[in-house]
Design a protein around this ligand. Structure first.
Ligand code: PLP
Length: 319
């Protein structure tokens, strides 16, 4: 039995075309993905709007899921349209108004050699209510810890893919930051510049200009990041895409995380775990700044269908 304690409002999940009760699972301990992280996944959110639940940038997320599958040399048993339809059905099946959506493609049970020659690729879709990813208080800003280990480099791995096994680095370093007493980790890249959080991109604000980095800095170029660049420009802000040095980060007027799970969360202090003394440096005045606040509001309005120009990003579940 699997209780849904940490998955509020989840009553059914989808697996290979069928719905199952949340508490019921039939996966074998020898399935390939469990041993080697041979899975690819997406993190997507649906929001309540005046026209019922709507999924934010669903097409882009499924394009990325299928790209991740390609990177993992995995043949998806479903097409993009079939996956989109199955996601809408799963939200309806659970009667959710807003939810987090997790499609997962994985090498299932067959053989256990590193090459999954006898393992079928399977797809599951789960949806549940997932509130503030870094906790309710995170809206007031989070304290981050630059972990001593460097981010997987873009020359080693296609950073556009969300491959289960590669997330082990995010899990370990996220745990390390919390064990050190911080809210979240930040990675530097192999070049020593700011890369990203374990599951978030980073923006800094300096003299009114928003700056975020790109793939060549060893980051996943997130869908939230891309949306915020457009929203910021529409709001009349100057934006830049390019490297963020440690000095840029420490000297920024403001900084914030962004991603599907965290949405937009201010970063109010940064500590470098490699520095002797591990001093906490406030970012700007050490509290949420006006640009982060404006972006939090504008993003929330966009995802909940309250800004007409961004309705193009919404897929209505009952439509
Ligand atoms: C490593 C990493 N960086 C950035 C992001 C933000 O991406 P998105 O905005 O597409 O959720 C994510 C989340 O998927 C992530 O896992």
């Amino acid at each position: 039995m699997f209780p849904n304690t940490h998955f509020p409002k989840a009553s059914r999940y989808w697996h290979m075309g069928k719905f199952h009760d949340w508490s019921e699972a039939g996966f074998h301990p020898m399935m390939h993905a469990l041993h080697y992280g041979t899975s690819v996944f997406e993190g997507i959110r649906a929001y309540g709007t005046a026209r019922g639940p709507a999924v934010f940038r669903l097409t882009e997320h499924i394009d990325r899921l299928l790209l991740s599958a390609e990177v993992a040399r995995m043949a998806s048993p479903y097409t993009k349209d079939e996956i989109i339809e199955a996601i809408k059905r799963t939200i309806r099946e659970n009667g959710q108004d807003s939810c987090y959506i997790r499609p997962l493609l994985f090498y299932s049970y067959g053989n256990l050699g590193l090459v999954p020659k006898a393992c079928p690729v399977e797809l599951t879709i789960a949806t549940w209510e997932w509130g503030a990813y870094l906790g309710e208080k995170s809206e007031n800003g989070v304290n981050v810890y630059i972990v001593p280990s460097r981010r997987v480099h873009h020359s080693q791995f296609n950073m556009a893919a969300k491959l289960g096994g590669v997330y082990v680095q995010s899990t370990i370093c996220g745990l390390e930051a919390r064990q050190q007493g911080f809210d979240e980790a930040v990675f530097l890249n192999m070049e020593g510049r700011v890369s990203e959080g374990p599951g978030q991109n980073i923006f800094i604000v300096r003299n009114g200009t928003l700056r975020t980095n790109e793939r060549s800095e060893s980051v996943l170029e997130g869908i939230t990041r891309t949306s915020l660049l457009e929203i910021a420009r529409d709001l009349g802000h100057k934006t830049e895409v390019g490297p963020i040095t440690k000095e840029d980060f420490f000297g920024a007027d403001e900084a914030f995380f962004c991603g599907t799970a965290v949405e937009v969360i201010p970063i109010i202090s940064v500590t470098d775990g490699s520095e002797p003394g591990k001093k906490r440096h406030p970012v700007g005045p050490g509290k949420t700044g006006p640009v982060a606040r404006e972006m939090m509001t504008a993003y929330r309005e966009a995802v909940t269908g309250r800004t007409a120009r961004y309705e193009k990003w919404l897929t209505f579940v009952r439509g």
